[in-house]
Design a protein around this ligand. Structure first.
Ligand code: EPU
Length: 444
């Protein structure tokens, strides 16, 4: 294990100093974990490059190994997979992984193709909303899967095999789109998916599947057509970089009045983030290898910000940006339209001196599916508010990184507990804090 895994670990942070320096982001967590699942469909070895050292990769590796996939780790973030001996894992072994991630639900289609049955443990992942899997089960049934809900998880079979179908998603869910892709590529006949998610990580997964032999067309109106093929080969792929991590460090530069060069950050997948960063008053400079983000001095502008599915502003940037918005002058509005409960983390920011009020109404301008319901999914943020150190506990992955930013921006000392969770998606973040001159120590 190359990175600390203790969930109980705490950081004592002396904040109030700008973060300055250079760090690098590697492959996107939300692509790498899915690319790893895609190896289950391959009848030849696969090679994935740019893999970050994060605990989500460990979790998916563990599940793949249980299913007979041999994985070897090479230097410099390269994983090699031999999926030629895929086999059914023991339920008790799979169950030991229960609650650790949401990725196992994507094993359904590939395992049904390879083995004719699949067992999926209860899912984990961040508690940022209910996060049901109803779309996943609906589409799997449309392909011909039979789903048996058991106390310890789900057992799926496909007595007549999996057959291409026409599917329309109620909402462009990332996971359900991936479920359709990973199932349709080897289903009999053609599948048409309407209202698909089109995030860059999904396009990169499609690129991998095409390398393996899949036939997939993406239209401009959220329609993806997949012509099933009888077999898929291996792939060699360099993951797209992690734009969520890049945006998180950019928000840290803004909140701490710092200057951070993020090697690996790319302009196009971050276009909406860059628009927001510029409107707030942050400065950035793009070159071929990365993006430099900095606070130019003086006041920052308050803004209205709404999250949405791609090509909108991604929800995963919302939490780090909210910390930066506590330092803008005037009233900022945030409307979270992807998850009903992704603003709960702001309570602790209030205890650190931020002025944040949550609302059930849709405040950003566009009505969303959480309006007129009992979800506090909009926020008003008054600033600038000097933040002061506090004792805070990491609630979820992105909220956790946001607490680190708040503690680094705050005057005085903070104790941030449960930081192990942050390793799920931020590679070697303590090394990066060192590179940026942060003043902190690790306990636990
Ligand atoms: N939804 C349903 N039913 C379903 C599936 C989704 O109601 O069957 C709802 C969710 O509850 C949510 C919305 O649809 O309100 C969007 O969920 P989506 O399926 O798009 O999200 P996901 O696939 O579970 C991935 C990322 C998330 C990221 C979202 C949105 C992974 C492993 N996770 O989740 O990443 O926020 O897409 O872009 O790829 C993170 O990295 O911190 C993270 C939470």
């Amino acid at each position: 294990m190359l990175y600390p895994m203790s969930a109980a670990q705490s950081l004592t942070i002396n904040g109030g100093a700008p973060l300055r320096g250079s760090i690098e982001v590697r492959g996107a967590k939300n692509l790498v974990s899915k690319a790893m699942v895609a190896t289950l469909l391959a009848e030849e070895p696969c090679r994935l490059r740019g893999v970050p050292e994060i605990s989500d990769v460990e979790i998916v590796s563990g599940l793949l190994r249980l299913h007979g996939v041999e994985i070897t780790s090479e230097a410099d973030g390269e994983l090699r997979f031999d999926p030629t001996q895929v086999e059914q894992a023991h339920v008790a072994d799979i169950d030991a992984h229960a609650g650790s991630s949401r990725v196992p639900v994507l094993f359904c289609g590939p395992l049904l193709h390879r083995l004719g049955e699949a067992f999926i443990p209860d899912l984990g992942g961040c508690k940022i909303g209910e996060r049901p899997i109803d779309y996943h089960l609906k589409v799997l049934r449309e392909f011909g899967a039979v789903v048996d809900k058991r106390p310890e998880g789900l057992r799926l079979t496909a007595p007549g095999g999996l057959v291409g179908t026409k599917v329309t998603l109620d909402y462009p869910s990332v996971g359900a789109t991936e479920q359709v892709l990973l199932t349709a590529v080897r289903a009999r006949g053609t599948t048409e998916l309407k209202n698909a998610a089109v995030e860059p990580e999904i396009m990169d997964l499609i690129a991998i599947l095409q390398k393996m032999g899949a036939i997939i067309s993406v239209a401009t109106d959220r329609v993806i057509t997949i012509e099933g093929v009888a077999r898929l080969g291996g792939f060699d792929h360099l993951s797209i970089p992690d734009r969520i991590e890049a945006g998180s460090w950019a928000a840290a530069a803004l909140a701490t009045k710092g200057d951070i060069y993020v090697k690996g950050a790319q302009q196009l997948p971050m276009a909406q983030f860059l628009n927001v960063f510029r409107k707030v008053g942050g400065r950035f400079e793009i070159d071929d290898d990365g993006i430099r983000f900095w606070h130019p001095g003086g006041e920052l502008n308050s803004i209205v910000m709404e999250t949405n599915v791609h090509p909108g502003l991604m929800t995963d940037w919302q939490q780090p940006l909210v910390v930066a918005l506590t330092q803008t002058s005037g009233l900022s509005i945030v409307h979270e339209t992807v998850y009903e409960n992704r603003l709960g983390f702001t309570k602790a920011l209030g205890e650190m001196g931020a002025h944040i009020q949550l609302y059930r109404e849709c405040l950003g301008g566009s009505p969303c599916r959480f309006g007129a319901r009992n979800f506090e999914h909009s926020a008003g943020i008054w600033g600038p508010s000097p933040l002061k150190g506090a004792k805070i506990t990491v609630p979820d992955l992105r909220g956790g990184f946001s607490y680190l930013i708040a503690a680094l921006a705050a005057e005085g000392t903070s104790e941030v507990d449960n930081v192990g969770l942050i390793y799920r998606g931020y590679e070697r973040f303590s090394d990066k804090l060192d590179a940026l001159g942060a003043d902190y120590s690790v306990t636990g």
